[in-house]
Design a protein around this ligand. Structure first.
Ligand code: 5AD
Ligand code: SF4
Length: 448
């Protein structure tokens, strides 16, 4: 049989990007060929997200668009992995007759066996078991089947034990399970040997990494810090209740630990925080911010906010605006509440009308953009250090990130800049865009 080709389309968070990468690696090792064009692939796998209703709609609409391809060539294999696969399981197979394969996030490392089963036996396959206990991935380390990138993401744990009342994650990703430190370090060393300079550790509730094993995130950071050749370390996502003194004190002390942290507050109202089961108050959150800024005054903070949670009054919403005004985040990810079936908040009756959610979202978006513009304006004329990662969509210039996680377009860059940390003079800021030149080449801008 000739070799089959595969394409994986990824929706959702960085963890899905990591899982897709892992699945791509295992499939190519197993004899499948990577096909860059989704429509041409023999096996199309969609790795999905179900955090909000909209994320699920995107997947269902893509599946609809793929039906003519399957009609044309019934041998084409179409699969859904990730959180939508886990949440909808058998009902997704029933609803979409041209779908061959559905599996959840716990089966990532079994992707080759699952795809083979469909390809070789022509069966429709479903696998949505969520294993309690055990390890985060069955395969100890990452299978490196592509060149290392300058900045890599590495999932170090799976699942979440928190059960915030709006959140689907604990239902689709299960309880927290961590990978052992020695395996993570092996992966980091492998990436660094291939040229990686920055690593971002991923976990839904990363501060409690190692729970039940005696290992901690602070210990992992310290050991990672000792790896020669690695220059930058980040981790995401922190929970305000679980971000302990050991972690806070590492900022400003460990030079490779980037002075930037993502710390979602979700709402500025204690009443809403309680209804969300977030386990902290507004004041406790602000105290953590104070401690972080005391440990590392230049730290760049980002956050997540949900507007329109059931029962959120104008007064509650104003408290969210007040926290945004007070902290002045470098970046805020702002969401309208989306009811997720099976979560506790789904049953709450005091739904906020869509127009009110829209108004509130627009207001915090405007506020956040103004704050980002102000911060970017302060960068004008300064020199920032940028790890150059990739070329932009138009293929004109490369961009990279500062230690504060600010995206910078380097206007006079070329392929030789990729993977380097360059001093870039910021010459232009336009809304959330930051542009500049580095000293190593003439200030000539490439045009299309
Ligand atoms: N509706 C809207 N936003 C949500 N998030 C999680 N669940 C929901 C939901 N049901 C947001 C939170 C979380 C981020 C990843 O997504 O802000 O921090
Ligand atoms: Fe979801 Fe994060 Fe809450 Fe866990 S801590 S339930 S992933 S919002």
């Amino acid at each position: 049989m000739s070799q089959r080709s595969i394409h994986i389309k990824t929706f959702g968070c960085q963890m899905n990007v990591y899982d897709s990468d892992r699945m791509g690696g295992l499939l190519t090792l197993g004899g499948y060929l990577w096909e860059p064009d989704l429509r041409k692939a023999d096996v199309i796998l969609i790795n999905t997200c179900s955090i909000r209703d909209k994320s699920e709609h995107k997947v269902l609409s893509l599946l609809g668009q793929l039906k003519p391809l399957k009609d044309e060539n019934p041998k084409k294999v179409i699969g859904v992995s990730g959180c939508v696969g886990q949440r909808l399981g058998r009902s997704l197979l029933q609803r979409v007759p041209h779908l061959d394969l559905v599996f959840g996030p716990d089966s990532v490392d079994r992707v080759k066996e699952l795809v083979d089963e469909v390809v070789l036996n022509g069966r429709r396959v479903l696998e949505t078991k969520l294993e309690e206990g055990g390890r985060a991935y069955s395969q100890p380390t990452h299978v490196p089947t592509r060149p290392s990138r300058p900045a890599e993401y590495l999932t170090i744990m799976k699942g979440c034990d928190h059960f915030c009342t709006y959140c689907i994650v604990p239902f689709v990703r299960g309880r927290e399970k961590s990978r052992p430190i020695h395996e993570i370090l092996e992966d980091v060393r492998g990436f660094v040997a291939g040229g990686t300079k920055e690593v971002t550790f991923l976990g839904q509730n990363i501060n409690t990494y190692g729970k039940g094993t005696g290992e901690t995130l602070a210990e992992l950071i310290e050991k990672t810090h000792a790896i020669p050749g690695l220059e930058r370390i980040r981790y995401v996502t922190s929970h305000p209740r679980d971000l302990g003194e050991d972690l806070i004190s590492q900022f400003g002390k460990l030079e490779k630990l980037c002075p930037s942290l993502h710390l979602p507050f979700q709402s500025g109202s204690d009443r809403i925080l309680k209804a969300m089961s977030r386990l902290y108050t507004r004041d406790e959150y602000l105290l953590k911010i104070e401690k972080l800024r005391a440990a590392c005054p230049a730290i760049a903070l980002s956050t997540d906010v949900i507007v329109g949670f059931p029962g959120e009054t104008d007064e509650d919403f104003e408290k969210t605006v007040e926290v945004l005004n007070r902290v002045e985040f470098s970046m805020a990810f702002l969401f309208k509440y989306s009811p997720r079936p099976g979560t506790r908040a789904f049953a709450l009756s005091e739904e906020i009308p869509e127009v009110v959610k829209e108004e509130r979202l627009a207001r915090v978006q405007q506020l956040s953009l103004r704050q980002i513009e102000r911060e970017n304006g302060r960068l004008l004329g300064t020199t920032v250090q940028c790890l150059v990662e990739s070329i932009d969509k138009k293929g004109l210039c490369y961009s990279g990130r500062t230690v504060h996680n600010k995206l910078v377009h380097v206007l006079n860059s070329g392929p030789s800049c990729q993977g380097k940390i360059l001093d870039v003079e910021v010459t232009e800021t336009n809304g959330s865009n930051v542009k500049g030149y580095f000293a190593g080449a003439p200030r000539v801008v490439r045009t299309a």
